[in-house]
Design a binder for this molecule. Structure first.
Ligand code: NAP
Length: 241
């Protein structure tokens, strides 16, 4: 069986401090990639992940940035490139889940969900694309969800953001179909802080998925290394679930 090696590549993972993002950071680091670990406020967690990669002989840096803000994204990409080299793998993972019925969901909740779950992916993609085009190789993976394709009670903002992200992925895929590949990746229902919060809200949709248990986060991200490798050269704009 082929082993994937991403040695020589430089990845930026948004929302890499915990949950699915942290598992992606570890997996990319183990595959030999240099990894920039973005976070919003959990500095200690992000720094620890970066330190573990460096201790194992790799290169990594933790970078604070609110990825819904244009200037913060530009500064993050500039710093990651300066410290690790030009970014050729971007994983748009940062996300929030504000799960409330239509009568209780505020305008601010709706705006925050769309900014973090949808607009941030566009901003980060726009910031890294020139470097990827110059290098004539790039991978962008947008962490999507089954919620992109299925209405869920109490999830209107989240479903709207992920559905929008699916179309951003497919539309940009048509523009970058040369050497830069952009994919959606839907990890299932995974045991993270986000799920703890969703269960506490009473709006849990776990009964609607085929497996009644939550998948461990390390299992959920295994397929993503394939999308980041040259092995996926024949795929364009797919949403991989
Ligand atoms: P999580 O445990 O809540 O972690 C969210 C991550 O996003 C954290 O690293 C957080 O940083 C970061 N973040 C949030 N807002 C940010 C912002 N404005 N700027 C930068 N970083 C920000 O969530 P998760 O379950 O790992 O989910 C990760 C992604 O997978 C999300 O896109 C989610 O929609 C998607 N997903 C999750 C599931 C699931 O079952 N868990 C299923 C399908 C898809 P801090 O730690 O610094 O706050």
């Amino acid at each position: 069986m082929r082993t994937f090696s991403l040695r020589g590549h430089v990845a930026l993972v948004t929302g890499g401090s915990r949950g699915i993002g942290a598992a992606i950071v570890k997996m990319l680091g183990e595959a030999g990639c240099s990894v920039a670990v973005n976070y919003r406020e959990r500095a200690a967690e992000a720094e620890a992940l970066a330190k573990a990669i460096v201790t194992a002989g790799g290169k990594s840096v933790a970078i604070a940035a609110d990825v819904s803000q244009t200037e913060a994204v530009a500064a993050m990409v500039q710093r990651a490139s300066a410290e690790l080299g030009p970014i050729d793998i971007l994983v748009n993972n940062a996300g929030v889940a504000i799960v409330r019925g239509v009568d209780d969901l505020t305008e601010a909740d709706f705006d925050q969900t769309i900014l973090v779950n949808l607009k941030s992916a566009f901003l980060c993609t726009q910031a890294v694309l020139p470097g990827m085009r110059a290098k004539k190789w790039g991978r962008i993976v947008n962490i999507s969800s089954g919620a992109a394709y299925r209405p869920l009670e109490g999830w209107s903002a989240y479903c709207a953001g992920k559905a929008g992200l699916a179309m951003v992925t497919r539309s940009i895929a048509l523009e970058t179909a040369g050497k830069v590949r952009i994919f959606g990746f839907s990890p299932g229902t995974i045991d993270t802080d986000m799920q703890v919060k969703i269960r506490a809200s009473g709006m849990n949709q776990i009964s609607q998925i085929p497996r009644a248990d939550l998948s461990p986060v390390e299992h959920a991200v295994r397929g993503l290394v394939y999308l980041c490798d040259t092995a996926s050269d024949d795929l364009i704009g797919q949403d991989v679930s």
